[in-house]
Design a protein around this ligand. Structure first.
Ligand SMILES: NC(=O)c1ccc[n+]([C@@H]2O[C@H](COP(=O)([O-])OP(=O)(O)OC[C@H]3O[C@@H](n4cnc5c(N)ncnc54)[C@H](OP(=O)(O)O)[C@@H]3O)[C@@H](O)[C@H]2O)c1
Length: 330
């Protein structure tokens, strides 16, 4: 069926400026790590993208290796873009990344110029576009000189294959060094993509300060701890959940008593705020404006609706913040 984008798509979404750049990102972005592979229902993937766009989510995050199999999410997204969103390309921010294993041999992984430039070309072909809006180095690589990796990113921008550059999973010291090189090159590095949630606060220690000083935006991935920071695991593991599937990254072993206790307490605070736990978890990530966008995943259209509604209440009282801190104590 032909898709016609909702006319009200820009009415409720909040768009935050990405660091000191001119780029604005939606407060909620959609990532395609899960639910867009060859094993997933293409119709469902398509509905997820349509619903997201209808709710003002203008940013879709990919990587070369998202699948299964590697490359599948980019290919599927490319099909959806072509059939449903081609006329809206200029309303959409598409990101991709390279840095993890993608193909066999010495040139399909890590941070060399050889790997990164070839990978971006492959991503563009799979998605069927001429440029990505943001290209990330997916993770730091201690075995490649940082200068080489940053030069590869700079080249992509100069070739017009990426508009902006991002760095993902770079810790404070790595980020500081990379920013010095990129500044010298004049490369528009605008964003850091890092894991951040109520259950994972490592960026608060040092990285947030480095990003703030460098006027670099932050996009927080896995803000719902892959679904743990929702009410879905409070009474066991539902059959249609990620933890019940074949994920290498979330299984029953990860849903410990200790985490469940915290999640239960957080759920009570969310209820008092009149929010779902997912909504409160996203609002918390976005509090104080330090995070540009919360990068969610979704397996169901209803989850995207639930998550975007988090924007109806982003304010926390001091009392609520204290209660949250107390419920996170080990
Ligand atoms: N740069 C990196 O190294 C890196 C690493 C990981 C991820 N990422 C990015 O971050 C994105 C998000 O990762 P993620 O999918 O793990 O994020 P997440 O938002 O923490 O978890 C998403 C999962 O939580 C469940 N969920 C979402 N909203 C829900 C709701 N309202 N109620 C109940 N359950 C809900 C769904 O799982 P069910 O299947 O159980 O329904 C959904 O697939 C990825 O797609 C990717 O773009 C980047």
């Amino acid at each position: 069926m032909n898709y016609i984008a909702s006319k009200s798509r820009y009415d409720k979404m909040i768009y935050n400026r990405c660091g000191g750049s001119g780029l604005k990102l939606p407060a909620i972005s959609l990532g395609l790590w899960h639910n867009f592979g060859y094993n997933d229902s293409f119709d469902n993937s398509r509905h997820l993208i349509q619903k997201a766009f209808d709710l003002g989510i203008t940013h879709f995050d990919l990587a070369n290796n998202y699948g299964p199999t590697e490359g599948a999410a980019e290919e599927n997204f490319g099909k959806i873009l072509k059939t449903d969103l081609a006329q809206h390309r200029d309303e959409i921010i598409i990101s991709s990344k390279a840095g993890y294993y993608m193909w066999p041999g010495p040139y399909g992984d890590n941070g060399s110029k050889k790997y990164l430039t070839a990978s971006l070309d492959q991503s563009l072909t799979r998605i069927g576009i001429d440029y990505v809006d943001i290209f990330y180095h997916h993770r730091p690589d201690a075995n490649t000189p940082l200068e080489e990796t940053m030069n590869a990113l700079d080249l992509m921008v100069r070739q017009g294959k990426a508009l902006y550059i991002g760095l993902s999973n770079y810790k404070a010291e790595e980020m500081k060094k990379a920013l010095i090189i990129l500044k010298r090159l004049g490369t528009p590095v605008v964003i850091s993509q890092v894991s951040y949630s109520l259950l994972n606060r490592w960026i608060e220690e040092e990285l947030q300060q480095v990003l703030s000083e460098g006027s670099i935006g932050t996009i927080a991935f896995v803000p719902l701890a892959q679904g743990l920071l929702t009410n879905k695991y409070l009474n066991g593991i539902p059959a249609d959940s990620r933890a019940a599937g074949s994920s290498k990254f979330l299984g029953s072993k990860d849903i410990t008593e200790d985490k469940l206790k915290k999640i239960y307490n957080l759920n009570e605070i969310a209820k008092e705020r009149g929010q779902s736990l997912a909504q409160m978890s996203l609002a918390w990530v976005l509090r104080e404006g330090k995070v540009t966008s919360a990068l969610i995943g979704a397996s169901k259209v209803s989850q995207i609706e639930d998550n975007v509604a988090a924007l109806n209440n982003l304010e926390f009282t001091n009392e609520e913040l204290i209660k949250i801190e107390e419920s996170l104590v080990d």
